[in-house]
Design a binder for this molecule. Sequence first.
Ligand SMILES: C[S@@+](CC[C@H](N)C(=O)[O-])C[C@H]1O[C@@H](n2cnc3c(N)ncnc32)[C@H](O)[C@@H]1O
Ligand code: SF4
Length: 365
Amino acid sequence: MIYVHIPFCLRKCNYCAFNSKTSDEPEKNFYVEALIREINLRGDSSKVETIYFGGGTPTTLTLNQLEKIICAIRKNFNVDNCAEITIEANPGTVDENYLRGLKALGFNRLSLGVQSFDEALLKILGRIHDSQTAIETVELAKKFFDNVSVDLMYGLPNQTLDNLRRDLMQIKILDVAHVSIYGLEIEEDTKFFELARADKLPLPDENLCADMYDFITETLPTLGYHRYEISNFAKKNFESRHNCGYWTGKSYFGFGAGAHSFDGKLRTSNVRDVATYIKGNAPEIEEVVTRQAAMEEFCFLGLRMVDGISAQVFENKFGVKIFDVFGEVIAKNCRLGLLKIDGEKISLTKRGLALGNEVFADFLL
Ligand SMILES: C[S@@+](CC[C@H](N)C(=O)[O-])C[C@H]1O[C@@H](n2cnc3c(N)ncnc32)[C@H](O)[C@@H]1O
Ligand code: SF4
């Protein structure tokens, strides 16, 4: 698995704390050169089944810049012919010509950050696009890609259940393959954080957020999207292979500013600042993943998936029974109605899916 981080956006959204900033053409060129240096240095001809260009907004790069990065990856790794190759894109940054170019470069999955189709909410969020542009971009993307995903958010300032209902009806009309839907998190160093601190952000209360959550999890399946992870819903066979790789503990290369890598034992991270990354990146060791930590991760990452974790796979991987290590934690969360056991599968219940973080914390022994 390969992740490539593109830390550039046309404008910073009011809620976003991802490693991204506005930039100019010379800096983008230097960044692409630095990325290629890193890929050339770390390439190891291992087989790659998924590639994910995330951001930021990767589609702020030109097709030519993207081509250089893709070529470097293909030169240094053994990219599977059937690899899933995703790029994140914002409405307002792609046109027909650009989408055709992405397809020609081998991208076969497009993840569009829409957030909401509501005009007023898009303004509050500080998005660069309006609702009509979002709809037109999704329609255009579908002409070139079978595998189009849309990101939405809920729990937004001033958002009502009716707003959310209209967003999901728009998803029904657009009939995309995949939907990710995240509850708004108020992150430090964002405009929303400042507004919330000054008590000037009209967030929906806990009850309304819970109603929104119920509405989403009940409605999307009726539209043909099965929930396969806490925040992710897909038509059959359109689950994100790349993200499933993270949740099942696969190793991955992360290239670019602030990107993380995992080789099965070591977790490393690149320097976050773009200018410093361009000058020369020295990955830092973040964590040596001990056997104990690997067992904990197997559980709390795997449980994010609705199918849950397999006791047999755990035993094959670690040579010990899951109940011998986490027996008490599993029993406690079963008693609380947050986990369930079905044969050799352990998974979150409906209630557990809503309170996932509480369960995951318990697995940190
Ligand atoms: C890496 S971001 C970038 C995607 C793309 N640049 C865009 O915004 O259109 C991926 C997704 O994370 C979600 N996201 C970003 N900030 C968030 C926040 N503070 N709370 C919840 N979701 C957030 C958004 O849905 C966003 O589309
Ligand atoms: S949400 Fe997407 S477009 Fe907005 S600042 Fe974050 S990465 Fe950039």
